[in-house]
Design a protein around this ligand. Structure first.
Ligand code: COA
Length: 337
């Protein structure tokens, strides 16, 4: 039977009425997928995310939920750990003939049940203003009890070799800031003891409310590139900022997952100084053709998003906005019936 002619899922309203033949109720098997399923599931996600199908590194917390009609996959959900007890819903897809029958809802429900067992705090999803069918996705989340989507980030991608055109005085700016007291060190330059001290000061700034919760670098220090990730401090070693940079090898790009500079140092140009140093180091490490992507939170006064957009917004290879929606696992799970 072609998928498009299958009956809907069993529900009270779908129960056969008296005198009618009982319709066969087909529904796919929902289960966690394993790396062995990778080849058959590959068509159900973007090429850039296929690495997640075979990833088995515990630290990355990849969870794959698939829906199968017999041996045929009809739905796939991918998600990965995002730090601080949060999990990101990275991709969800149902094959066209199976849409509108609750498959995505069931996969989400399976994911939330698993995360709750694991003790996770919550789930979030980010998607581009350019996502085709964004409305269907937003409605799926709303129907599953997720928060109202909000534009939270502006995403910008550059070829790093294009920056000198808009930032011709980069090296002079950095040299002047360094004369005035800015000290920029990569993780490699900090060494093991320096990194421990940085982690301590990073958490102390968050605890003191001088940096937001999401600026916790504990997890990023392990995976960030040690030559390109920079820590900003004064000459006494008091940390006032940082910018993480990670090579996303499967996507062929460098990513700034987060960065922060304490408010009083922003007017002194430390945000620009940090990015100037990161950019120098990235060119040295990866050459001018390296692609750099950042998706800083929108709406932080004097923050990274405004600085990057103001200085480099005209040179992006692409720009879009990211919507975000959350699901708190501490609340009753409205997707589970
Ligand atoms: C978004 C998607 C995963 C939904 O899968 P699905 O199995 O059809 O979803 P469900 O049947 O569980 O429906 C859940 C809710 O989604 C919404 N929805 C589903 N199909 C929809 C449609 N064609 N138009 C608008 N809303 C729709 C509805 O609100 C529905 O709840 P309701 O029936 O109670 O109103 C599916 O449409 C899809 O694969 N789209 C393409 C890939 C994509 O855009 N993924 C999201 C970004 S990674």
């Amino acid at each position: 039977m072609p998928a498009s002619s299958r009956p809907a899922f069993p529900s009270l309203s779908a129960a056969p009425g008296a005198g009618q033949p009982a319709a066969p109720l087909a529904h796919p098997l929902i289960r966690e997928a394993q790396p062995a399923d990778a080849a058959v599931l590959a068509p159900l996600t973007a090429a850039s995310l296929r690495w997640m199908l075979a990833d088995d590194q515990a630290g990355r917390g990849v969870i794959r939920i698939a829906a199968f009609d017999g041996d045929t996959p009809v739905g796939l959900l991918l998600s990965c750990a995002a730090g601080a007890g949060l999990q990101e819903l990275t991709s969800i897809m149902v094959t066209p003939g199976w849409r509108g029958r609750g498959v995505a809802t069931m996969m989400l429900s399976r994911l939330t049940a698993r995360l709750r067992r694991d003790g996770a705090r919550g789930l979030f999803a980010r998607w581009s203003s350019r996502l085709p069918r964004a409305a269907e996705f937003a409605r799926l989340l709303a129907a599953s009890g997720w928060s109202q989507p909000e534009v939270t980030r502006r995403r910008m991608t550059w070829r790093i070799g294009d920056w000198p055109d808009v930032f011709p005085n980069r090296d002079r700016v950095l040299a002047r800031l360094e004369r005035n007291g800015l000290v920029v060190r990569s993780l490699r330059e900090l060494g093991e003891d320096g990194i421990s001290e940085f982690k301590r000061q990073n958490l102390a700034l968050i605890a003191a409310g001088r940096a937001p919760d999401w600026a916790d670098m504990t997890g990023w220090v392990e995976v960030a590139d040690p030559d390109v990730t920079v820590v900003l401090s004064d000459r006494e070693g008091t940390v006032a900022g940082w910018m993480a940079c990670v090579l996303q090898a499967p996507l062929g790009r460098w990513y700034i997952p987060q960065g922060w500079v304490v408010a009083e140092k922003v007017p002194q140009g430390w945000l620009v100084g940090g990015i100037a140093s990161l950019c120098q180091r990235l060119v040295a490490k990866a050459g001018p053709d390296a692609m750099l992507i950042a998706q800083p939170p929108a709406g932080v006064p004097g923050g990274m998003e405004r600085m990057l957009y103001r200085h480099f917004g005209t040179r992006t290879a692409s720009t879009d906005f990211l919507f975000e929606s959350e699901y708190a696992l501490a609340e009753p799970d409205r997707t589970e019936g």
